[in-house]
Ligand binder design. Sequence first.
Ligand code: GDP
Ligand code: K
Ligand code: MG
Length: 293
Amino acid sequence: MAHKAGFVNIIGNPNVGKSTLMNAFIGERLSIITSKAQTTRHRILGIVNGEDFQVILSDTPGIIKPAYQLQESMMDFVKSAFEDADILLYLVELGEKDLKDEAFFEKIKNAKIPVLLLINKIDKGNEEKLTEALQMWQEKVPNAEIFAISALENFGVSEVFKRIIEVLPESPAFYPKDQLTDKPERFFVNETIREKILMHYKKEIPYSVEIDTEEFFEDDDIIRIRSVIMVERETQKGIIIGHKGSALKRVGVEARKDLEKFFGKQIHLETYVKVNKNWRSDDRQLKRFGYNK
Ligand code: GDP
Ligand code: K
Ligand code: MG
C-alpha cells in the first residue's frame, strides 16, 4: 500500500471534548483538559505514526466570539486550521444545536475537504437523543460523514481513526516518524502548570495567567526546570501564592508529578510569580508567548 499522510484538524465549540479526543487518538496526555472553557489556547499538533501512514492532528481552541486581544489571536489559530487541513473533524456534543460562530459554520458546510462530524459524549444520553442528533446534523451539514463517539470512554474512536486513514491523501511523511509533537518541551511544562492553576483557582485568575518556562535543563537523571507564573495584578500574585505559599506549593507538587510521568525522569521544578501588567492586551507580549503568527 502507498504511504498516506496529512493534516487532520479538530474544531468545535468550547468544552465539547476536542482535547480529550486528541489525547484518545494519541494515547498520551498531550493537550491539557479541564471542564473550563478556553483551556486550550494554542493549536497543538499531535502525530500518530504507523508503518504506512502519518496522521498529524491538531487540536484548536474552542470557537468563541473574541472579547479581547488574546481571544482574537486564539481565533486566528482556528482560522488557520481551515487552511492547512486535509480532513476536518467537526466535534459537537450530544444535545448541542449550533456553532457559536456562523461564519465558521458556513466554512464547514462548504469545505472542499472531507468533513467527519463527530457527535461526542454519547455516554451521557440515550438512543432517542442520539437518533434525533444524527438526523439533525445530517440535515444541517449534508457534506459531513457522521459518527457517534465517546472520547472519554474511548468508544467509537478507533472507527473514526480507521476512516481517517482511508480518506487521507497519499503522501510521504511530513515529520520524522519518531516525533510525537511539534511543540517544544517547555510548552508542556507551561501547559501542565497552567492546568493546575485552572484546577485550583476560581474565577478570573486562570485567565489572567501566563506561564513562561525560563529554564529547562536536562541532565542524565534529572530535569531542572524554572518557570515564571505571570499575573496582571499584585492582588492576583497574592492569591496565586496563598497563605505562607501553600497554594503555589500545591501547584508545584502536582505539576512536578505529572511532568515526571510525562518525561519519565526525576524533575526539579522551581516556580515563582511575577506581575506583568496587561500582558493579554499587549501585542508584543502576546507574540513573545507564541500567540501571534
Ligand atoms: P475542549 O474544550 O473541546 O477541548 O474539551 P475538553 O477535552 O477539555 O473536555 C471538556 C470536558 O468534557 C471535560 O470535563 C471532559 O472530561 C469532558 N468530556 C470530553 N469527552 C467526553 C465524553 O465523551 N463524555 C463525557 N461524559 N465527557 C466528556
Ligand atoms: K475545555
Ligand atoms: Mg481543549
